[in-house]
Design a protein around this ligand. Structure first.
Ligand code: PLP
Length: 242
């Protein structure tokens, strides 16, 4: 099918972009993990990409994600897909996130982290979490103030049921490459500061379809890529809605 050839080609092209960016940065390509952001696309597309070899998927909208997670598990239980919640989190909606996801990237306040920790079922592995920092994105409310990241990180690191892995950021889009790199560099500096404070962090979740090269140059270990894999999302599926 044409659609599948296109998806396979896009998947390979994104893989090549990651490899090229790693080489340019003098980093081994296996240091960067591709998270396929499947929001707004149906379970069938997720399974198509999983058929190309991809196993890690990111979702923003809880209800949509839960339906997709269960459909994929029913269709291909053998694939054991890994699900990352990357959207804004409402504190009254933490339970299904704690129960159905492997990772959460958008921790930006202690209350949400505590609820996820309490609600993580004990028979599951700890929920892998990143703290989202609000770098330069003055118009969005997601992410903690960088000045508060250290205190939040130390608190989250002490919670049972969670494993703090690192930081996540969605910088303001910039046309100037220097300004774009500077934002990613600030996230990396904060990450290194937290490591120097004794936190065992290994994950920098930053970089999307349009800026993954700049993010990899500044140390990204997870790039979250949607449209470069699945194509443009339909208009009206605003990234900010839940
Ligand atoms: C939608 C989204 C992405 C993917 O964006 P693309 O530009 O389509 O690659 C990555 N991260 C987050 C948090 C998103 O909401």
């Amino acid at each position: 099918m044409d659609g599948d050839i296109t998806l396979q080609q896009r998947y390979e092209a994104v893989g090549r972009r990651i490899e090229t960016a790693c080489r340019a940065a003098g980093r081994p390509p296996d240091q960067v993990t591709l998270l396929a952001v499947s929001k707004t696309f149906p379970a069938g597309r997720v399974l198509d990409l999983a058929g190309c070899g991809q196993r890690r998927f990111g979702e923003n909208y809880l209800q949509e994600a839960l339906a997709k997670i269960s459909e994929c598990a029913i269709q291909r239980p053998d694939w054991r897909l890994e699900w990352h919640f990357i959207g804004p989190i409402q504190s009254n909606k933490t339970r299904p996130i704690a129960e159905h996801f492997d990772w959460v990237h958008g921790i930006d306040r202690e209350r949400v982290a505590r609820r996820l920790a309490e609600q993580r079922p004990p028979h599951l592995a700890p929920l892998q979490v990143c703290i989202q920092v609000n770098i330069g994105a003055e118009d969005t409310k997601s992410g903690c103030d960088p000045a508060q990241a250290s205190e939040l990180a130390h608190r989250v690191a002490g919670l049972p049921g969670l494993r703090l892995r690192g930081l996540m950021a969605i910088p303001r889009p910039e046309t100037d490459p220097g300004a774009q790199q500077a934002q990613f560099a600030r996230v990396r500096e904060l990450f290194e500061q937290l490591q120097a404070e004794g936190l065992a962090l290994d994950t920098l979740s930053m970089g999307m379809s349009d800026d993954l090269e700049a993010a990899i140059a500044q140390g990204a270990t997870i790039v979250r890529v949607g449209s470069a894999l699945f194509g443009r999302r339909a208009p009206g599926t605003a990234d900010s809605s839940i």
